[in-house]
Design a protein around this ligand. Structure first.
Ligand SMILES: Nc1nc2c(ncn2[C@@H]2O[C@H](COP(=O)(O)OP(=O)(O)OP(=O)(O)O)[C@@H](O)[C@H]2O)c(=O)[nH]1
Ligand SMILES: [Mg+2]
Length: 220
């Protein structure tokens, strides 16, 4: 039987937005949370936002951490990679090095969380700048397939695919949580509460096998 206790309650999910400096992390977050476009560039140290939304009829509270792309501000990385449950890996389609940088970030997340199936979405931002595109859509897509994560091209300027990337990530995080709760219920044959989500290594490894379903490329 499906666990009833978390279907009605609001779920709190921790999202971390990562990527090189200037790719549009703050603009994507500001569009998603406040529906506003920011033209100026003010490098982030670290900002967090809290917002509520419905995903597939379920109430979700998102805690979004907008991180620093600039090297000098990255000291907190380990900590937020540990606490984050889902990651938006953002690059700019106008900067090939920003895509290259994502590989290292992804490896770090996997290492720190000791989990190869962390919810992630790969985002090629600034898709409105088609005339200065240097990363072909096919390249972004093939990397995301290799990583087993969905790929979206977005524009914070035109608000294209902004909601979609956050909602996709929410779905992945909810599914992972549901899987975990179902696994612990099946293991122990009884009622388990959310507080058990931290889980043991053994359980996390088992979940890895169950989560392998992304082949998505979403274009404009
Ligand atoms: N044309 C266009 N410009 C964008 C887009 N997203 C962001 N920008 C611009 O790019 C610059 C940097 O955007 P930010 O969102 O501050 O970049 P960031 O990734 O948060 O940068 P850091 O905080 O330094 O890591 C700003 O001038 C934005 O206006 C986009 O989708 N299209
Ligand atoms: Mg920023």
């Amino acid at each position: 039987m499906a666990p009833r206790y978390h279907m009605s309650a609001s779920r709190e999910l921790h999202v971390v937005v990562l990527g090189a400096g200037g790719v549009g992390k703050s603009c994507l977050t500001a569009q998603f949370v406040h529906n506003e476009w920011i033209e100026s560039y003010d490098p982030t140290i670290e900002d967090s936002y809290r917002t509520q939304l419905q995903v597939d009829g379920r109430q979700v509270v998102l805690e979004i951490l907008d991180t620093a792309g600039t090297e000098q501000f990255v000291a907190m990385r380990d900590l937020y990679m540990k606490t984050g449950q889902g990651f938006l890996l953002v690059f700019s389609i106008t900067s090939p090095s920003s895509l290259t940088e994502l590989a290292g970030l992804r490896e770090e997340i996997i290492r720190i969380k000791d989990d190869e199936n962390v919810p992630m979405v790969i985002v090629g931002n600034k898709a409105d700048l088609e005339e200065t595109r240097v990363v072909p859509r096919a390249k972004g897509f093939s990397i995301s397939q290799k990583w087993g994560a969905p790929y979206y091209e977005s524009s914070a300027r035109t608000r294209t695919n902004v909601d979609e990337v956050f909602i996709d990530l929410c779905r992945q995080m909810l599914r992972k949580d549901d899987d975990y709760l179902a696994t612990t219920e099946a293991d122990d044959g009884g009622f388990k509460f959310d507080a058990f989500r931290g889980g043991s290594h053994k359980r996390r490894r088992r979940m890895r096998m169950r989560d392998h379903n992304h082949q998505l490329c979403t274009i404009l």
